[in-house]
Design a protein around this ligand. Structure first.
Ligand code: SF4
Length: 464
């Protein structure tokens, strides 16, 4: 999972790209990159860390051009050493008939061997461990005369989840895979058209959402506006199998920001509705004497908690302080990080709030169950007399090969333990999940418009 952004503007776009990336920081905290073109020359800078760390004023002031793309990194494949972490930060540069291009990718490609061999046999030398470089390789060795023709030739060879932004001379190109697994949308403000992973990126640049890029669509932005080369929108590059939305439901559950609207559905509404459904389907008995309260695991349980509280009538409290100087979203930390230790640094229950209370603790999901046990133990230490965990999604029993870091079944607690066994592991008094049917209902989408592979084992794209 990553954040991608691209913009064309009638003024220097560099600061706007940086501002937009602030709005996509939650999609990746391990690194960031920006490429800016004036149509002839391209300026590129990238580095490890948050957007504010990689792009201080003195760096971004060097960039000049009206066309640009940006990227925030979250790794799901292969990059655990410092060196690999750095070289895998996008945008990636390729060369098309002597002209450089830059590419940013959100998602994950599968079954790459054939494409990798094709690029290598035609002279491309891979420099990273990233799946994304296969796209760069295939474009770089293409014999097509025109860059868009080359892209239309390469895209059908790709398998997996991909939303792309590409900077080529005075063009910014956006692409969504045939299932629209990862989001991509277009917005505008008074000076620019902007492509972004999520509509929340437009808020920091006083922009507004125009529309979502459709599954299988390619869109070109240049100084003349939208799609000047392709004709009317939408231009659908994908044909067989036919494009059909199967959005990752985990975007709504956890990944996307609550103020984003994805394919017409506000993320906030999923979370709030899921909380209401949890209260209806898995109520916690209210006992006046024991003084029951609802609290969220910040920030992932927020809005679910609101829904639960309003539907149940149990008062909502801020019961856990989150130290925001630990900027990371725990799920985004590399796999070799001690996530349990991180929780203890990041969270502190408020004794005055939880002491002597029955706590309904709300969380978005349980994946490895290395957050919940620590928080439940902390709540008990601070005097909570009962902890009832309610989870705004179903048990995650299957891996994801489409861009979320759930690579092996062994790390998924629900793959090997029943809900009751997980409850015992977490040491909660009760544990209940939202059912898959209720997740679909809360999403506002039809079942067939969603990828729910990690919940059901049924994926839009399978690995050969
Ligand atoms: S398998 Fe799960 S995380 Fe992966 S794309 Fe599908 S719903 Fe999203």
């Amino acid at each position: 999972m990553c954040g991608i952004l691209g913009a064309v503007s009638n003024r220097n776009v560099a600061r706007e790209i940086r501002l937009g990336l602030y709005g996509l920081q939650h999609r990746g905290e391990q690194g960031a990159g920006i490429a800016i073109s004036n149509g002839q020359h391209c300026w590129v800078h990238k580095g490890r860390g948050l957007v504010t760390q990689v792009f201080p004023d003195e760096v971004i002031e060097e960039a000049e051009g009206n066309f640009g793309i940006g990227y925030t990194r979250y790794s799901t494949v292969g990059d655990l050493t410092e060196k690999e972490m750095f070289v895998n930060i996008q945008p990636f540069q390729g060369e098309f008939h002597g002209e450089s291009f830059q590419l940013g990718h959100n998602g994950n490609l599968v079954d790459l061997e054939e494409s990798r061999k094709e690029a290598e046999s035609k002279g491309y030398q891979f420099k990273t461990t990233s799946d994304t470089e296969v796209i760069v390789g295939l474009l770089s060795v293409s014999k097509k005369k025109d860059f868009i023709e080359a892209l239309l030739d390469v895209l059908p060879k790709l398998k997996g989840a991909f939303s792309l932004v590409i900077l080529y001379k005075n063009k910014v190109i956006g692409v969504r895979d045939r299932f629209g697994i990862r989001p991509l949308c277009l917005g505008h403000n008074e000076s620019s058209f902007i492509l972004a992973s999520e509509s929340c990126a437009f808020h920091t640049i006083k922009g507004r959402l125009l529309f979502d890029i459709q599954p299988g669509e390619i869109i070109i932005l240049d100084e003349n506006g939208i799609n000047s080369q392709l004709g009317d929108r939408p231009f659908i590059w994908a044909s067989d199998p036919k494009p059909k939305l199967q959005l990752c439901i985990f975007e709504l559950v956890y990944f996307a920001r609550p103020d984003s609207v994805i394919d017409g559905q506000p993320v906030y509404f999923y979370r709030r509705k899921a909380g209401e459904f949890l209260a209806e389907d898995h109520p916690v008995e209210v006992d006046e004497e024991k003084n029951t309260i609802v609290i969220a695991v910040p920030d992932s349980g927020r809005y679910y908690d609101l829904g639960f509280s309003q539907a149940s009538g149990i008062p909502l409290e801020e019961g856990i302080f989150r130290n925001r100087y630990f900027a990371t979203r725990t799920f985004l930390t590399p796999r070799n990080t001690d996530r349990a230790a991180l929780q203890e640094l990041k969270f502190r229950p408020l004794r005055k709030v939880v002491h002597g209370k029955r706590v309904v603790l709300i969380e978005d999901s349980v994946i490895r169950a290395n957050v919940a046990p620590t928080i439940v133990a902390m709540l008990r230490e601070e005097g909570a007399i009962e902890v009832h965990l309610r989870v705004g999604s179903s048990p995650i029993c299957f891996t994801c090969h489409l861009g979320i870091d759930m690579a092996t079944r062994g790390e998924l607690i629900a793959a090997s333990l029943s809900v009751e066994e997980v409850r015992k592991h977490i040491q909660a008094d009760t544990l209940a999940h939202l059912s898959q049917e209720r997740m679909i209902e809360a999403s506002g989408f039809k079942r067939e418009d969603l990828s729910m592979g990690c919940f059901t084992g049924d994926y839009p794209v399978t690995i050969d």
